[in-house]
Write a protein that binds this ligand. Structure first.
Ligand SMILES: Nc1ncnc2c1ncn2[C@@H]1O[C@H](COP(=O)(O)OP(=O)(O)OP(=O)(O)O)[C@@H](O)[C@H]1O
Ligand SMILES: [Mg+2]
Length: 451
């Protein structure tokens, strides 16, 4: 924690030198001045972390210095020294944003502890800022890989819309990067420091989803033991990501429409309506237009969502991106798994480009991660690829006629195994790839005695 810059403002020469000595001894980079005016001057060329100032000073007093400091940079911490019997000044200083105060007379040990405590707080704040920056960096465009024309179009739209409040609808098959794009929009916008809250609309039933999004009041249903704030309220000023919007049941669509249209929300069981300011990004892998025609998705809600559309093409339609995506994941997982694999062999690249990628980028990522683990040489070879990729189409076409592939059930079993392997046994993802819901997958697996 040493190395922080601390400025002491004290006109009493003896006290000034005493403080300078004890604080420097702790390893901080300490400087001292004898007036508020000189302190303000010093702040222009040095970025201090903490100012320790006496309240009573010859020119501007400690309180004015505190206000000026916070106006100049609210992140600079401030500790006020006040004389015994002037506790009101100390309270006032705290109200003006001082982190702490110390009453005169004090011994140097007391001062040492106050400084230590304040600087620990500084460390926490800085760590938070660092984490926030890491988070922002993680979701900048740099992490969305792609040079195909289709991806260029996507980047262009993200750039156009990131700073607006327009609702964005992201469409694409499973694993094409819908959530990645939603995060990129938020973390590249002016709202990056505000909340980004993702909600999977398919994961909850109607009542739970309503309560999760809009909140509820105590007693509104069994189990509602206290009032609960909904995610719309929690995301105020930021972004809410409504994932799988096509799965919102018709009963809730009207409520969604109101929230989207004028930011109006009503907690479950309450008569009170609240207004929030939240940017909406929604995503779906369903065909909403067809659902509107069938009557399972409200037309007005569809129009509300259909302001800006981002279409993420499936990987098989942008084969040019496969190589760079594969290398990107190779780099990432080699570092993560402490392996020194530098290349992907030409054969493997050809196989990757010829595969159909039902699970899109997620599937490619999983395969590269798996290969990074299994590969023993310094390049990814066919040996570390899962069988699904290495069986050439001609061979697999002949497979149904081989001795152990003589029934549809066996084919089905083999395909499910393959998809489960690719999704690392994640049944939710596997069911998406297979185009069935999770419970159907369970039923089939039970029937085929695969569990
Ligand atoms: N263009 C891309 N560049 C780098 N990584 C990507 C890209 N697209 C997707 N990914 C990665 O693939 C995985 C799946 O992406 P994501 O979760 O955003 O997909 P999705 O479209 O939301 O899928 P689902 O419909 O199944 O929820 C993530 O690990 C993501 O980081
Ligand atoms: Mg998703």
């Amino acid at each position: 924690m040493t190395g922080y810059k601390i400025l002491i403002v004290e006109d009493d020469k003896k006290m000034n030198q005493g403080l300078l000595h004890i604080i420097s001894k702790e390893g901080y980079a300490a400087q001292s001045v004898d007036s508020g005016e000189k302190a303000l001057e010093k702040m222009k060329d040095t970025q201090f972390d903490l100012i320790i100032s006496d309240f009573k000073l010859p020119g501007i007093d400690g309180m004015e210095l505190l206000k000026a400091t916070k106006r100049y940079d609210a992140n600079i911490l401030f500790v006020m020294i006040t004389a015994y019997g002037t506790i009101d000044t100390a309270v006032c200083a705290m109200k003006q944003g001082a982190e702490d105060y110390i009453l005169k007379p004090f011994d140097m040990e007391e001062m040492r502890l106050v400084v230590k405590k304040t600087m620990e707080k500084r460390e926490l704040v800085l760590n938070n800022i660092r984490l926030q920056h890491q988070l922002e960096k993680k979701y900048t465009f740099e992490n969305i890989i792609g040079t195909s024309e289709a991806m260029m179009r996507v980047f262009k739209i993200i750039n156009y819309v990131k700073d607006s409040t327009a609702t964005v609808l992201i469409r694409g098959e499973t694993g094409t990067g819908k959530e990645l794009v939603a995060r990129a929009i938020h973390f590249n916008s002016g709202k990056a420091s505000k909340p980004y809250l993702p909600v999977n609309c398919a994961a909850l039933n109607e009542n739970l989803l309503a309560s999760e999004l809009f909140g509820h009041v105590k007693g509104s249903f069994t189990g509602a033991i206290s009032d609960k704030r909904g995610l719309f309220e929690a995301a105020n000023g930021g972004t809410i990501f409504l994932d799988e919007i096509g799965d919102v049941c018709p009963g809730l669509q009207q409520t969604f429409l109101r929230a989207l249209e004028n930011g109006e929300i009503q907690p479950v069981g309450s008569f009170e309506r609240k207004t929030v300011s939240v940017r909406i990004i929604a995503a779906t892998n369903k065909n909403l237009e067809a659902m509107v025609e069938q009557g399972s998705f409200r037309q007005d809600l569809y129009y509300r969502l259909n302001v800006v559309i981002i279409d993420l093409p499936p990987l098989r339609e942008r084969k040019g991106d496969i190589g760079i995506l594969a290398h990107h994941f190779l780099k990432q997982y080699s570092v993560q798994n402490n392996k020194k694999i530098e290349r992907i062999s030409k054969d493997v690249l050809r196989l990757l480009e010829n595969y159909t990628w039902p699970g899109n980028v997620r599937e490619l990522e999983n395969i590269i991660e798996r290969s990074t683990l299994f590969e023993v040489s310094c390049e990814i070879t066919q040996d570390s690829l899962p069988p699904a990729l290495t069986i050439s189409p001609e061979v697999s076409d002949k497979e149904p006629f081989s001795k152990d592939m003589n029934s549809l059930e066996q084919l089905c079993k083999k395909h499910i195994f393959k998809v489960l392997e690719m999704t690392r046994q994640n049944k939710t993802q596997a069911s998406k790839v297979l185009g069935i819901d999770r419970s159907t997958l369970w039923r089939i697996m039970n029937r085929l005695q695969m569990n």
